[in-house]
Design a protein around this ligand. Structure first.
Ligand code: ATP
Ligand code: MG
Length: 368
């Protein structure tokens, strides 16, 4: 007889601000997508964490939530943090960073793309379009210093940047494998740029040295290096030159926001944080407290993050139908953007969150 379709457990962090508003329709959509496919099942478990939880219970990431996250096949996260809620040292509540560290999610994946003809603040790019991926190392670099920085007698302050061979090797392996998959699926030419500041810092010279070592094992993929300052310039002047870009944590943090900027809207930028056996999928934007509770939040970045989750699960577990489902969800989002009828205010429309998510489901069903 036939085996029952595989089921995957998904831990759901609704978070703060607009988090619950964009998560609810995304989970509904995923349930519909799984039901329509019939080839896989998804079991969602909602877990508390975030700034609101810290304010109410004194802990931002409860151990029970961490346990569920650790055991689940994938993790969906909307956004966490509230401007008025802070740790005693004044830093923002950021369980995302703890999750990354605890689960060893070393590769932060940020797709940066627009289709030719689609609007972008870059006039040059609008004609040709662009499609690349930034891989931000997410567990060390300058963020290794998170919570360990020092202020010395109100006179100086220090943070430490850490690059390890172990994490860098995994990171570059991931980058070359992603470039190969993009090449095989026609999304890119098969090229990886290592982005650093190797001309000034020993830590980055070391980073680059390991990059070249790993590149030797992937001679089918073109290996390039670039300084981060030049990269910022080229992302604006000729973004079409990039395929896969791999960089240190802090540089990746900044370049991903630049990436969101040239895409035109933070409301459209998804991300994935991937480790050896866990992964978190979340939009690049924050909890947008200024528009929370008004039904104005754009759910598309959250939905695109969910699509990345389907792709990752499908790839990891060899379920081709999940790859198809992922492609269809992304195509449905593009249909809705392309039609331009049902959009939230950040994209110039007047529809609410629910209407946009509903339009995606409708477009998805049209593509079945
Ligand atoms: P974080 O520090 O968590 O990254 P942030 O301070 O960068 O947060 P965001 O929460 O990302 O800020 O919001 C930045 C701006 O973008 C705000 O004006 C917010 O309303 C808007 N914004 C963010 N996400 C969305 C969304 N999904 N839909 C509509 N507007 C959004
Ligand atoms: Mg931000």
């Amino acid at each position: 007889g036939r085996n029952a379709p595989p089921r995957f457990s998904v831990a759901v962090f609704e978070g703060d601000g607009i988090g619950p508003e964009i998560m609810a329709p995304t989970v509904d959509l995923l349930s519909e997508v799984a039901a329509a496919s019939g080839a896989f099942g998804l079991d969602f478990t909602s877990v508390p964490a975030g700034a609101g939880h810290y304010r109410d219970y004194g802990v931002s990431l409860p151990e029970e939530s961490m346990e569920i996250a650790r055991k689940s096949d994938a993790i969906l996260l909307s956004a966490m943090g509230l401007p008025e809620v802070r740790y005693p040292d004044g830093t923002e509540i950021s369980p995302q960073i703890e999750l990354r560290m605890e689960l060893g999610l070393f590769a932060g994946v940020r797709p940066v793309l627009i289709h030719p003809g689609q609007g972008s603040p870059l006039k040059v790019a609008e004609k040709k379009g662009f499609d690349f991926v930034i891989i931000r190392e997410s567990t060390e670099g300058l963020f290794a210093s998170h919570g360990k920085g020092r202020v010395n007698g109100d006179q100086s302050a220090e943070e430490t940047l850490v690059i390890t061979r172990e994490v860098s090797e995994k990171l570059f392996e991931f980058a070359f494998n992603l470039a190969r998959r993009r090449k095989e699926t026609g999304k890119g030419p098969g090229k990886v740029h290592c982005v650093d500041k190797a001309n000034v810092f020993q830590a980055f010279a070391f980073f680059r040295k390991i990059f070249h070592e790993v590149a030797e094992r992937h001679t089918d993929i073109e290996a390039q290096t670039a300084y981060v300052d030049a990269t910022a310039l080229w992302m604006v002047q000729r973004p079409e030159m990039f395929d896969v870009m791999v960089t240190e944590n802090m540089f990746g943090d900044i370049l991903s926001d630049l990436g969101a900027g040239i895409m035109g809207s933070l409301g459209l930028a998804p991300s994935a944080d991937i480790g050896l056996d866990s992964a978190v999928f979340q939009p690049c934007h924050g909890s947008a407290p200024d528009i929370a509770g008004k039904g104005l939040a754009n759910p598309l970045a959250m939905i695109l993050s969910a699509s990345m989750m389907l792709e990752w699960l499908g790839h990891e577990h060899g379920v081709a139908e999940m790859l198809d489902a992922s492609e269809r969800v992304t195509a449905a989002v593009n249909d809705v953007i392309g039609e331009g009828r049902i959009m939230t205010p950040d994209l110039g429309g007047s529809a609410n969150t629910e209407a946009v998510a509903g339009a995606v489901l409708e477009a998805f069903n049209r593509r079945l």
